[in-house]
Ligand binder design. Sequence first.
Ligand code: NAD
Ligand code: DAU
Length: 354
Amino acid sequence: MKRHILITGGAGFIGSHVVRRFVRKYPDYMIVNLDKLTYAGNLVNLRDVEKAANYKFVRGDIGDRELLCTLFHEHSIDGVIHLAAESHVDRSIRDPLLFARTNVLGTLTLLQAAREAWEGASAGARRFHHVSTDEVYGALKDGEAAFSETTRYDPHSPYAASKAGSDHFVRAYHDTYGLPVVLTHCSNNYGPYQFPEKLIPLCIRNICAGELLPIYGKGDHVRDWLHVEDHAEAIDEVFHRGRDGESYNIGGINEWKNIDVIKLLIRIVDEELGNAPGSSEKLITHITDRAGHDPRYAINAQKLREELGWFPKHSFESGLRETVRWYLTHEQWMTDVTSGAYERYYEEMYSGRG
Ligand code: NAD
Ligand code: DAU
């Protein structure tokens, strides 16, 4: 069936994998990627699909009501996969208002646009998929059962609170106006194209440069790591086959202490660079802990497995090695996304092309 899907935040880390997957796998679909191109959004992430006939990029803000109204009508949008967000916890601690504006008000504006555009039409194939996070569930203690879809919301960081707020609006639009929605709550992602402020790409970059590896506190905080392509696959499954109004947890069944992730990364990067084993361990530097740092996240993804047959395909060690190799062979990408070169690329690529 022909579909017209609006993907928001498609120039970011996870969004670019979702866009690439949909553009390639569904040639009959029209994929419209709406992205504001903040520091985290880069069109170089999508160079390999940017000329595809079933792909269109629009630079804009999810908070821009008029633009959304135009997009829904001009492109007959019948599905939304909403990833656009401010995504970094440390930034949310410095600028919580930005997170409320983008993640809460931006999502609300998008929901309202979908509601207005789809009013009166039968739900049919229409669907609003909100890509959320496991951080809305708060924190687990050692030995406590992993988050399930019925775990009580208990967000701690401004980022988590803003994603929880947006989830509540998504549910409210479903329960009040009958908007067809699904929600997914995913654990920590890793893989190519992740902006080097997040733990794994930051450490790969710093090991290569011989710079310090900043570990918050003792490094005994636990995260459940999932390869980004496994996440994109799960989004594909839930968007197409998830039950209306339901939430699905997505996770790697792959809990690691931060310090152990860093040691594994050091081993892999040193091997790949031909350094003496463990030679980068001296770079590990324990620094002041993140405020409100959640000690442990772990996901129970049983519902997704039982209902839709999804399970993670990448093993952590081989996924990490492949990720390290990607970063080692994409030094220019790293330079571009952390310098003004990206803005120049955007100007050359899109100026005057609408
Ligand atoms: P990211 O920061 O890499 O990308 C976010 C994208 O959103 C960027 O391209 C940015 O330009 C765009 N954006 C920001 N504000 C916008 C606005 N107002 N209008 C339009 N576009 C805007 O984020 P990510 O890590 O790829 O995360 C994507 C989504 O997945 C987020 O909603 C995040 O909460 C969620 N998520 C992330 C993870 C993870 O581990 N990274 C895990 C679970 C859920
Ligand atoms: O759980 C899903 C979430 O995972 C997503 O919703 C967020 O968008 C995403 O950013 C990620 O949040 P985290 O805060 O868990 O990811 P981050 O890479 O920032 O940190 C991972 C762990 O590493 C966390 O316990 C904090 C720690 N850390 C992080 C950085 C950047 C450090 O010890 N040092 C660092 O420099």
